[in-house]
Design a protein around this ligand. Structure first.
Ligand SMILES: Nc1ncnc2c1ncn2[C@@H]1O[C@H](COP(=O)(O)OP(=O)(O)OP(=O)(O)O)[C@@H](O)[C@H]1O
Ligand SMILES: [Mg+2]
Length: 267
């Protein structure tokens, strides 16, 4: 078993060819909060450079699965996992692996916007970008541009992040995640607080990132899953019910529970 390197890969770096985006494999993952198991033997294979959507009703374990992938779940007191998460064949939970290095390689945007409140817009973007190198002004502009926020904040980069609307704060978090140049990006309902135009920009970004990053996106919006993802995983009460190419899952689901969910008959 190989050990993961600590430093993030830097897409766009000039010092050599880009490594392909890593493949993420979730194998027989279970997750507990205390004695309550909320994820049951879940296996998901996220292809290199692909976009995987996770859908399912509220409380079915989508965020928990994401939080297991970058080892955030274990930071909750009493929480634990079993099974394996592999990043390019290396076990994310290997005891020699530093969880902080995992969270650098596997970036995440949370369901609720989480900017550092006392920091400026600029400092938020740069917060995780130190290791990525490059000129700060360029990193800040590129990340904000890609997150569809640059135009709105370019004249007030030194204002506090809390001076932004919730939707802007969410896009700031997308910019912060991108500025760290992760290999994998986990997006937990990134557009839930956004207007249609910002939502479209974020969807375009996810589409653009295809190939360079391996993306896992949780969404409640079937149309969004259909627009941005290559494969979709449907979860229910901690189980994966069905996983397939998005086109297939959306148009010809095999399981009646998947069909009921995507046609809006429950959930
Ligand atoms: N910190 C926590 N402590 C205890 N139980 C938790 C905690 N966070 C989540 N849970 C429970 O774990 C289960 C899965 O929650 P999770 O947040 O993964 O669901 P979800 O599919 O992301 O839902 P939503 O669509 O509402 O975000 C739920 O039953 C939830 O109540
Ligand atoms: Mg959630």
């Amino acid at each position: 078993m190989s050990v993961l390197v600590a430093e993030p890969r830097a897409p766009g770096a000039t010092d050599g060819a880009l490594a392909p985006a890593p493949r993420v494999r979730v194998e027989q993952l279970s997750a507990w909060f205390g004695s309550r198991r909320v994820v049951h033997d879940v296996s998901i294979d996220c292809p290199s450079g692909g976009v995987t959507a996770i859908i399912g009703p509220s409380g079915c374990g989508k965020s928990t699965v994401l939080r297991c992938v970058n080892r955030l779940h274990e930071t909750v007191p009493g929480a634990r996992t079993s099974g394996r998460i592999l990043l390019d064949h290396a076990d994310v939970y290997d005891e020699r692996v530093n969880p902080v290095s995992i969270r650098r390689r596997i970036g995440m945007v949370f369901q609720r916007a989480t900017p550092f409140p006392h920091w400026s817009i600029r400092e938020n973007v740069l917060a995780a970008a130190r290791a990525a190198g490059g000129t700060h002004d360029i990193i800040v502009e590129q990340a904000l541009e890609r997150a569809a926020l640059w135009r709105e904040v370019k004249d007030r980069l030194h204002h506090p992040a809390t001076a932004l609307s919730i939707g802007q704060q969410q896009r700031l978090c997308v910019a912060r995640a991108l500025a760290a140049r992760p290999d994998v990006l986990l997006l937990d309902e990134p557009t839930a607080a956004l207007d249609p135009i910002s939502t479209q920009r974020i969807e375009e970004l996810v589409y653009e990132l295809r190939g360079a990053l391996t993306v896992v996106i949780v969404t409640h919006n079937m149309q969004q899953a259909a627009r941005v993802s290559d494969q979709t995983v449907f979860m229910l009460a901690g189980d994966v019910i069905e996983a397939d190419a998005t086109d297939t899952l959306v148009t010809r689901p095999r399981d009646p529970r998947t069909e009921a969910y995507i046609t809006g008959r429950f959930g």
